[in-house]
Each structure stands twice: as structure tokens, then as C-alpha cells.
Design a protein around this ligand. Structure first.
Ligand SMILES: Cc1cc2nc3c(=O)[nH]c(=O)nc-3n(C[C@H](O)[C@H](O)[C@H](O)COP(=O)(O)OP(=O)(O)OC[C@H]3O[C@@H](n4cnc5c(N)ncnc54)[C@H](O)[C@@H]3O)c2cc1C
Ligand code: FES
Length: 296
């Protein structure tokens, strides 16, 4: 546990707004000053609804943005996609209700020393942590480039906020209904091949297939990349061991080991993430105990 006043705390958070901002996508504004003042980009919260109401287990969400730049008004925002029963219940949270919030959890993205060109690689709701990250950049956000892909045009939500901050955007959709036909990773290849920025650093967030494709690309071009991984989480602080991810680790006996995404991540250097176990070549995703034990 950290002793610097930044340790995670379980707090009551008041719902200030919960508005639909896109197809199956809502922006939740919570009043929780203790966390708003210290949260860092890609750190996350475990959110659970009002006492006695479903879902009984909390769900993990990054903080998308703060209403006041430094959280002085105590308001933080979560951009979320309705995926299943938990997020469906969340969509019903009303202004004035009190929900349970544990955070801040996990480790944030980190910035390199000196000048660099930030590249945000977002797949779908993976855009969520980037507005806060863009606000905290140590370089001019107008240098930054958002490469944002979704299945269809109505999945491209949230990038207007990045535009307001000054970030340039390039969009892609699988069906070509907005932006280029293709994926966010296609946009990355195009950028690195045709107009490579100076000292690029990629910050990625999205689904596993995007991470796998991006990992190969950043390796090919020798570009540093941090990936904020997502996994089902029951506790968020290392107790349930439900969010294990294989990573390379030269100090481990076999050169790799499992890391808990909630406590060691969610951000990992791209080159450390192992999607196939080195010894077997078999797929090696999280050994999720939640597969069996989800709450109802
Ligand atoms: C660190 C972290 C930060 C996250 N930040 C955000 C965010 O800012 N906004 C947001 O919309 N979502 C975010 N997520 C994902 C979010 O937690 C899940 O979408 C949510 O828990 C789904 O709950 P549910 O009960 O609605 O869906 P369930 O009924 O549990 O699942 C519905 C479907 O979603 C899949 N699913 C469930 N959880 C995850 C997950 N963690 N990753 C990928 N697929 C999942 C299931 O396999 C299933 O197919 C984050 C996850 C993590 C680990
Ligand atoms: S979510 Fe419980 S150990 Fe990571």
C-alpha cells in the first residue's frame, strides 16, 4: 500500500450526470474529490452501483477526463460502452444517486524524457483514457496524433474532446463508413511508413486483437509503445488473481511469468506482453478464474 496519500480508497461517489453520447456509449460524471485530485492517466476505478442493486461485483473503468483540469471541483468522468449486464445497470444510474468507487488503482502511462511525438492508438472504447493523457502531456498536445479505429462510424465516439485539446486525429472503420477503411493499426503502419514523426511514442488502448497487431508493427519500426490492457476484474487490487497476463521477465526462471494486470498494470511495455507462452507456443491469455465465477 502506498503511504503518500495516493493509496486506493473505497469512497462514496455522487452521480452528477450520466448521459448518452453515442450508440451504447455514455459519459458518467462522478463527484469524488479525493480521487479526482490525484488520478493519473490509465489508472482506473472499480465501480459498483447503489447498495443492494445489481451488479454486486464492481467493474473496472479508466478515468476519461476531469471536468476541471486538475480535479479541483472534485468531478471526474468515465466514458463507457454498454457491454453486458453490469454496464446496462450502470446506464440506469441517475443524478444524485450514490455509488461505490474504489481507486485510484493501477499504474499510469509514463512519459519519456525530452521531446517526443505522442501517438494515441485507440480501438473502440479504448479511446477512454486518452483525453486525460492528452491533458497531462509534457509536450504540446498539438503535436500529438490520435489514430482511432472502430467497427462502424457510430463507434467513433469521444474523439471530439481530443480535438478540443488540440490533438490531430485520423479515423478508420472496418466498413469504411467513416475515415479510412481499415483499422487503427493500419493507420499506424501508414503513418510510420509515409510520414514518420520525430521520436514517436505510442500509447495504446483497445481490444486484444489490436494489441497483437500493434505489437508486431511497433517491433518492426522500433517504436516504443505502452499498452493499457483490459481484462475482466473482480477485485482490482490483487486478491482474486483473476487478471493474470503472461509477460516476459529476464529475472524469472523461464524468462517469463504471470503478472496481475490490476496491480502491475494495466499499462505494460508492448514488448513484454506475451500472447503465446514461449515454451508451448499456445495462446496464453489471462488465466481468468472469473470465467467460472462471474456474479449474476
Ligand atoms: C483497467 C480497465 C479499464 C477499463 N476502462 C473502461 C472504460 O473506460 N470504458 C469502458 O467502457 N470499459 C472499460 N473497461 C472494460 C469494462 O470494465 C467492461 O466492459 C465491463 O466490466 C463489462 O461489464 P458488463 O457486466 O457490462 O459486461 P459482462 O456481462 O461482464 O461482459 C459482456 C461482454 O464484455 C466482455 N468483457 C467484460 N469485461 C471485459 C473487459 N474488461 N475487457 C474486455 N472485454 C470484456 C465479456 O467477455 C463479454 O463478452 C475497462 C477494463 C479494465 C480492466
Ligand atoms: S482483479 Fe483481482 S487480482 Fe486482479
Amino acid at each position: 500500500m502506498r503511504e503518500d496519500g495516493r493509496s486506493p480508497r473505497r469512497l462514496d461517489a455522487r452521480v452528477r450526470a450520466n448521459e448518452t453520447v453515442g450508440k451504447d456509449c455514455l459519459l458518467l460524471t462522478l463527484e469524488v474529490p479525493e480521487i479526482a485530485r490525484i488520478i493519473e492517466p490509465a489508472q482506473f476505478l472499480m465501480l459498483r452501483g447503489p447498495e443492494g442493486r445489481f451488479p454486486y461485483l464492481p467493474r473496472p473503468f479508466s478515468v476519461c477526463d476531469l471536468v476541471d483540469d486538475r480535479g479541483a471541483d472534485g468531478l471526474l468522468q468515465v466514458l463507457y460502452h454498454v457491454m453486458g449486464e453490469g454496464t446496462e445497470a450502470m446506464a440506469g444510474w441517475r443524478e444524485g444517486e450514490t455509488v461505490s468507487c474504489l481507486g485510484p488503482l493501477g499504474h499510469p502511462y509514463t512519459f519519456p524524457r525530452g521531446d517526443f511525438t505522442p501517438i494515441f492508438l485507440a480501438g473502440g472504447i479504448g479511446i477512454a483514457p486518452f483525453p486525460l493523457l492528452a491533458r497531462r502531456l509534457p509536450v504540446d498536445p498539438r503535436k500529438a496524433i490520435l489514430l482511432f479505429g472502430a467497427r462502424t462510424a457510430d463507434g467513433l465516439y469521444g474523439f471530439e474532446r481530443m480535438r478540443e485539446i488540440g490533438v490531430q486525429e485520423r479515423l478508420a472503420t472496418d466498413d469504411g463508413s467513416a475515415g479510412r477503411k481499415g483499422t487503427a493499426v493500419d493507420l499506424l503502419v501508414e503513418l510510420l511508413e509515409t510520414e514518420p514523426p520525430e521520436n514517436p511514442v505510442v500509447f495504446a488502448c483497445g481490444p486484444t486483437p489490436m494489441f497483437k497487431a500493434a505489437q508486431a508493427v511497433v517491433q518492426r519500426f522500433g517504436v516504443p509503445c505502452q499498452m493499457s490492457l483490459e481484462e475482466r476484474m473482480a477485485c482490482g487490487y490483487g486478491a482474486c488473481v483473476g487478471c493474470a497476463q503472461a509477460i516476459s521477465d529476464p529475472t524469472a526462471v523461464e524468462g517469463w511469468r504471470y503478472a496481475l494486470i490490476c496491480t502491475e498494470g494495466p499499462v505494460f511495455p508492448a514488448e513484454t506482453i506475451l500472447y503465446a507462452r514461449p515454451s508451448s507456443g499456445k495462446e496464453s491469455p489471462a488465466c481468468s478464474v472469473l470465467e467460472k465465477g462471474r456474479d449474476s
